[in-house]
Design a protein around this ligand. Structure first.
Ligand code: GDP
Length: 457
């Protein structure tokens, strides 16, 4: 039996106690199935009403009435899945929902697999693959920015952007093939400059898109952040301030933060996975040296380094080692204890770390400025959440492949290869972009995308 031949059903709201719960039924028999478990109070019948109609009544099974309910009828193709859909909204208790679902299954529906409603929407041309992925991102979005950008993707921003690039490449490829294949026809010759312009435009658009991936990931998953600095400069105090609660041990004895303490915080819209580490000191203490080594590693891998210094003290050798170690890393120098008299040599820090913020972690002063600078360093500041954005690894790999193919086409053009050779590369780029939007994705890729969905969506 083909996928669309079945009528599927699932509970589409969370399996928890709530005011309203929804059971969604989709497929050719959706209205017949629903009418076997629902009796309307008025004269309107599920089988005869037009689409977008709500009917009040009762759901029942062989043991009797289950609950009051409102059913909403959608008629193909004007529904989420593109098939006939009936949604039964009843009260949100677990028992009621499960009993109603059982009645619906007894009436002829089969349980929907994870993501199957959205998969059908995709197969029926209601959504592109990138839009379907955005539905999933929207469900799991944690921050406001992430949700807003998933919503723009759901509206098809990425799909339209990619389609624009693809159609530019298709035009060039079509023109080239026509000219190469039908030399006797009067097709005007396409010049190297025209091809060059088209390819360069595609390359730049792809590069811009690819750059959105890192910012998008920061928005969705947060960024690995290392708080580093010698003992007693105020790292733990700062971390506690950012986390909003006491977490790592704060003491006056240098070297007490030995392990890495981790925490996820939202600082002015940026999600930071914070790790408070030991300082980079020379030490004979075995336990402490392990901490120092961990700190060094963390410095190398972190997406953001918050380097803390004590403004009331001169720069020590350890401070100098830290400044040296983070040269060229995405780092912010935090000059802490700004409430005390300043002794620190700022010029030395400024010459190596471009971003510098004064804080008093103890009083909380400077933390807003720090949030602003973090957003700036991570590229979130002017990030347009309504712009097209690469949202996941699958999309990134396709876009990367397309860009490499465009690069190769440009190289072929510059080395005066035949137009045929250029065209082969352009074809590769187009294939990668069609896979990205799902217009030419293999079944395995499509299955993998929907496999990650939850049941009922
Ligand atoms: P860590 O070793 O770098 O984690 O430093 P801690 O956070 O444990 O702080 C060491 C000491 O400095 C504690 O006594 C803190 O209360 C104090 N301290 C932290 N931040 C400030 C600050 O901004 N101003 C002042 N005056 N003291 C601070």
């Amino acid at each position: 039996m083909s996928l669309e031949a079945t009528t599927i059903a699932a509970i589409s709201t969370p399996l928890a106690v709530g005011g309203i719960g929804v059971i969604r039924i989709s497929g050719k028999q959706a209205r017949q199935v629903a009418s076997k478990v629902f009796s309307p109070v008025g004269s309107r019948q599920i089988l005869t009403v037009s689409g977008y109609t709500a009917i009040y009544g009762r759901v029942f099974d062989q043991d009797g009435d289950i609950d009051d309910a409102v059913v909403t009828v959608f008629i193909a193709p004007r529904s989420y899945t593109g098939e006939d859909v009936v949604e039964i909204s009843c009260h949100g208790g677990l028992y009621l929902l499960q009993r109603t679902l059982r009645a619906v299954l007894d009436a002829g529906a089969v349980p929907a697999a994870a993501g199957e409603f959205t998969k059908r929407a995709f197969l029926n041309g209601k959504l592109s693959l990138t839009q379907a992925e955005a539905v999933m991102d929207l469900i799991s979005a944690q921050g406001e920015q992430a949700a807003r950008s998933a919503l723009s993707m759901r509206d098809g921003k990425l799909f339209r952007k990619i389609s624009g690039i693809t159609s530019g490449l298709l035009q060039t490829a079509a023109h080239l093939s026509a000219w190469v294949d039908y030399p006797e026809e009067e097709i005007p010759e396409i010049t190297d400059t025209e091809i060059l312009t088209a390819l360069t435009t595609a390359k730049e658009q792809l590069a811009t898109l690819l750059a959105t991936f890192d910012v998008g990931r920061v928005m969705k998953e947060g960024v690995e952040t290392a708080i580093v600095g010698r003992p007693n400069v105020g790292k733990s105090t700062l971390m506690n301030l950012l986390a909003g609660f006491q977490r790592s041990i704060v003491t006056d004895i240098p070297g007490t933060t030995r392990d890495i303490v981790e925490d996820t915080v939202n600082v002015g819209g940026a999600i930071l996975r914070l790790a408070d580490t030991a300082g980079l000191r020379e030490t004979d203490d075995v336990v402490e040296s392990v901490g120092v080594e961990l700190a060094r590693k963390k410095l190398e891998t972190a997406g953001l380094v918050l380097a803390v210094f004590d403004s009331s003290d001169l720069l020590s050798d350890e401070d100098m080692r830290l400044i040296e170690a983070i040269k060229g890393r995405p780092a912010i120098a935090i000059v802490n204890k700004s409430d005390l008299e300043q002794k620190i040599d700022l010029e030395l820090i400024k010459s190596s770390i471009p971003h510098l913020v004064y804080t008093s972690a103890q009083s909380g002063q400077g933390v807003e400025e720090l949030a602003n600078v973090i957003a700036q360093v991570l590229g979130l500041y002017h990030f347009d959440t309504s712009a097209a954005m690469i949202a996941n690894e699958r999309q990134r790999i396709c876009a990367e492949r397309a860009k490499t193919a465009v690069d190769e086409a440009l190289a072929a053009l510059n080395s005066c290869f035949t137009f045929d050779a250029v065209n082969v590369c352009i074809d590769d780029a187009i294939a990668a972009l069609l896979e990205l939007t799902g217009e030419r994705a293999s079944e395995a890729v499509v299955n993998e995308v929907f496999h990650n969905f939850c049941v009922g969506k």
